[in-house]
Design a protein around this ligand. Structure first.
Ligand SMILES: Nc1nc2c(ncn2[C@@H]2O[C@H](COP(=O)(O)OP(=O)(O)OP(=O)(O)O)[C@@H](O)[C@H]2O)c(=O)[nH]1
Length: 333
């Protein structure tokens, strides 16, 4: 966008050759380039194709006058702004009013002097530079907002979706699975005896452990619609859309197996010398009565059950089973 000293491309529109050539000469003497046009309809085409920086527009022309041209240019710009200066022998208050109303930015009385034209162009260039700065700031703001929006959805420690994002996604997936008539699985996971981990290894090591578990969860959420999130503290959430009950339990077993293979040491767990998880799973085809709160309560209840049954397992009421029986190699060491 033009700075006050840069050279402009100026579209000069006048049906009469002499004033058009005079205006052209004056503009060129100020170091700017000129596109000439004698016909109002053609002027609109030239404007659209060549995208000049500024338009000098005669008012009185046959068939379509300068006001008509200004209106066409303004409606063609769609959010843009190219300065339009009227050049006219008519310069009563009413003429100026009509010109501004039609979308013009200023009015210059013919015959135009080079000095007046220079002053008007300089003023327009200033406005153009300010507008360019404003657009730049708006774009920066838009980008910052997009970044903030993204950050507001992410848990800072683990990089997983945070509680706010999880709540949003859960509502969306309940609605989507209800429409599709498909099963939705929700799992709440909790690291076993994490207080003891912190107490023995320290909070910094505890944080690192949370990050490692989060990485594992991210790696096991393979489908595009699967979401892994940190629901708070040492509690994680998985949203697995279009995942039936049996699939959810298979997934849970695979996750426990991956965690076992990762062999993250737990310094003080009565369950295992490795970090273990307990999980509560709930699966349903959502109907009109299904709520996010209801699903979370059911999953939390199932999680409580998994803890009560000895930890290091998933429990699902709907399946009436837990993952324990299938994985003898996961038993406490
Ligand atoms: N390092 C770390 N610890 C956290 C964070 N958030 C919560 N905790 C700790 O997680 C522990 C959770 O303890 P509890 O709720 O008693 O659960 P638990 O010790 O895992 O016991 P069970 O769940 O019954 O197996 C507490 O010691 C919290 O301080 C965190 O961001 N970083």
């Amino acid at each position: 966008m033009a700075q006050p000293s840069t050279s402009l491309t100026v579209l000069v529109v006048d049906d009469q050759a002499v004033p058009r050539l005079l205006a052209k000469a004056a503009v060129e003497s100020l170091g700017h380039r000129v596109l000439e046009c004698a016909d109002p309809v053609a002027a609109v085409q030239v404007f659209l194709q060549r995208k000049p920086d500024l338009v000098l527009l005669d008012v009185e022309m046959p068939v379509h006058d300068g006001y008509w041209v200004a209106q066409q240019l303004r409606s063609a710009e769609q959010g843009g702004w190219t300065p339009i200066l009227f050049l006219s022998g008519l310069h009563g208050d009413e003429d100026v009013w009509r010109g501004i109303e039609a979308g013009g930015d200023d009015f210059i009385a013919k015959p135009v002097t080079t000095l007046l034209l220079a002053a008007k162009l300089r003023a327009m260039q200033r406005l153009m530079a300010m507008r360019a700065k404003l657009l730049e700031r708006s774009e920066e703001l838009r980008q910052a907002n997009a970044q903030l929006q993204q950050l507001s959805q992410i848990d800072a420690l683990t990089g997983l979706a945070n509680r706010r994002a999880i709540d949003q996604r859960l509502h969306q997936e309940i609605a989507a699975c209800r429409r599709e008539g498909r099963q939705l699985t929700l799992a709440l996971l909790d690291i076993d005896h994490f207080k003891r981990y912190n107490d023995r290894a320290g909070h910094v090591a505890g944080d690192a452990c949370l990050q490692q578990v989060a990485r594992l969860l991210r790696e096991t959420c393979l489908r595009p619609r699967d979401v892994a999130g940190r629901y708070g503290g040492e509690e994680f959430v998985l949203i697995l859309p279009a995942t039936p009950r049996a699939g959810a339990m298979t997934y849970a077993r695979a996750l426990l197996r991956q965690l076992h293979l990762a062999a993250l040491p737990h310094p003080d767990s009565p369950v295992s010398e490795r970090v273990t998880l307990s999980g509560g799973i709930t699966t349903c085809v959502p109907d009109a009565h299904t709520t996010a709160e209801g699903l979370l309560l059911r999953a939390d209840d199932a999680l409580y059950n998994a803890k009560a049954k000895g930890r290091n397992r998933f429990f699902s009421y709907e399946m009436k089973v837990d993952t324990e029986e299938d994985r003898p190699h996961h038993r406490p060491h």
